[in-house]
Ligand binder design. Structure first.
Ligand SMILES: *Cc1c(COP(=O)(O)O)cnc(C)c1O
Length: 473
């Protein structure tokens, strides 16, 4: 057996240089390459699923093989014509800072092994609260995505609601605790439900409150639902940017109602909370700073690489009580220890890319991305929607919209239109000109349009509308 010997720093030069070359080639080619996949899963598996070798492979060879083997299976989601799901790209300094995060390889759970990461995270947290218009004393956590931001926020909610009733959930768990009731719209992201499941709060405790086509909760309906069981500890989920339409709840009306009933208001603002950065769209969030917790993503609209979500909790005390470890062997110090605020222990120093992106963009740069994406989403939806055979189902409020394609045959039914919609989506993806996804909205197949990339421009809109026109005619 060959025991690997310590390698000099120069051992990094070849694989890192190869990675840089390939990364620049990939990013530089996004405008020309097909946006969708150009190979299938079976081919990828045949290339990648080698027997695990006894002997190692030279690092630069590993990188060269990896790049060759994944070809056709890396989508152009870093580029400007990817509109499926809510997927952002990454601004240049955030990619570079992400690479440095790996090179520095700090364990950012605690400030002792990662002092600079701890300070950068403190600063990034304050900057985020400022640009998102959240209370400056709120506790925060940088986690893997909005899914874990929900888990983190709702763990704090559980702590806060039950502590008020004299129940220490950290010590006693939920066995014997007063059941927590959850009020929300039927339309919401599944990550919220999974957060409830992971925290033991159980889906049977969810009650739907009447809401409109876009999931906006009706204030009288909320009032009525809360009054039905006035003493139950309650979480109310409100949305800043509903998944399909980007709709915003009426926070100014709803939050005071929830507060009168001592409910905990949690906001899913995975992408929509970023409207706060723009003077044009900020009004959609009026009243939101009175909520108790907010969950959002960095890897969507801020355009930092994946593995970046943020939780904010107005009661820093509840967040800290829910998360803190206070292990005796860890030294106390002057800096914030992320492991006291997040569900993680050892963790990536994911604040570096956030810090870099906020510096590269500045407040105006973030506002610019938000406004450009909203503008392009609007143009894409309205221009495609005006083509023969297309129909606008939801015009964008911000950066999300819905379209449908109609079967031209006379007597065509909804089933035919559903089929036509999926067929057109598949044809657009196959053209390589853009990538869209379909979803079922109120029993009809629709094409989702989501614009989240800092690079998407009017030229992209023109190019994509032209491609769709060709497919429809
Ligand atoms: C994307 C999204 C989530 C989940 O976020 P992840 O970062 O994928 O964990 C939750 N809610 C909404 C509205 C989303 O768009």
């Amino acid at each position: 057996m060959r025991i690997p010997t310590p390698r000099p720093a120069s051992a990094f030069r070849k694989p890192l240089s190869a990675a840089l070359d390939h990364a620049l080639a990939h990013l530089g080619n996004l405008d020309r390459a097909p946006v969708g996949p150009s190979t299938d899963i079976a081919t990828l598996r045949a290339r990648l699923n080698r027997p695990l070798a006894d002997e190692g492979t030279a690092s630069e060879q590993v990188i060269a093989d990896l790049v060759a083997d994944v070809e056709g299976g890396i989508l152009g989601s870093a580029g400007s014509r990817f509109y499926a799901w809510v997927i952002g790209g990454s601004v240049p300094s955030a990619v570079a800072a992400d690479w440095l995060t790996s090179a520095w390889d700090q364990n950012a759970g605690h400030h002792a092994p990662a002092p600079a990461a701890a300070v950068v995270e403190e600063v990034a947290g304050q900057w985020l609260k400022e640009i998102l218009g959240l209370p400056s004393q709120a506790g925060f956590a940088l986690v893997t995505g909005c899914q874990m931001a929900h888990v983190t926020s709702l763990a704090a909610a559980r702590q806060g609601l039950l502590a008020r009733r004299g129940w220490d959930v950290e010590q006693h768990g939920l066995y014997g605790a007063p059941p927590i009731r959850i009020l929300c719209s039927e339309l919401r992201h599944e990550t919220f439900d999974r957060a409830l499941r992971l925290l033991g709060m159980g889906l049977v405790n969810v009650t739907y409150v009447s809401s409109d086509f876009s999931g906006r909760i009706s204030p009288p309906a909320l009032e009525e639902a809360l009054a039905r069981d006035p003493s139950a500890p309650t979480i109310v989920l409100l949305q800043a940017g509903e998944l399909n339409t980007g709709a915003y709840d009426d926070f100014e009306a709803l939050i005071p109602i929830a507060k009168r009933h001592q409910a905990w208001v949690h906001i899913d603002g995975a992408f929509g909370l970023w409207a706060a950065a723009s003077p044009r769209y900020r009004h959609l969030l009026k009243g939101i700073s009175l909520a108790d917790s907010w969950a959002t993503d960095g890897h969507k609209w801020l355009n930092v690489p994946y593995d970046c979500g943020y939780a904010f909790v107005a009661s820093a005390e509840s967040l800290r009580t829910a998360m803190t470890h206070e292990a005796a062997y860890l030294t106390e110090g002057d800096a914030r220890n992320p492991l006291d605020w997040t569900p993680e222990w050892s963790r990536r120093a994911r604040a570096f890319p956030t810090y870099a992106a906020l510096r590269e963009l500045g407040k105006n740069g973030v506002a610019g991305i938000v406004e450009r994406c909203c503008h392009c989403a609007h143009e894409l939806v309205m221009q495609i929607g005006s083509l023969p055979g297309a129909e606008v189902i939801a015009a964008p409020i911000i950066n999300q919209g819905l379209l449908r394609f109609l079967d031209p045959r006379s007597g065509a039914t909804d089933v035919d239109h559903d089929r036509r919609t999926d067929e057109v989506i598949a044809q657009i993806v196959a053209s390589g000109e853009a990538f869209f996804g379909g979803t079922t909205c109120r029993d009809r197949r629709v094409m989702r349009v989501s614009v989240c990339n800092w690079q998407t421009s009017e030229q992209d809109v023109e190019r994509v509308v032209k491609a769709v026109r060709k497919i429809l005619s």
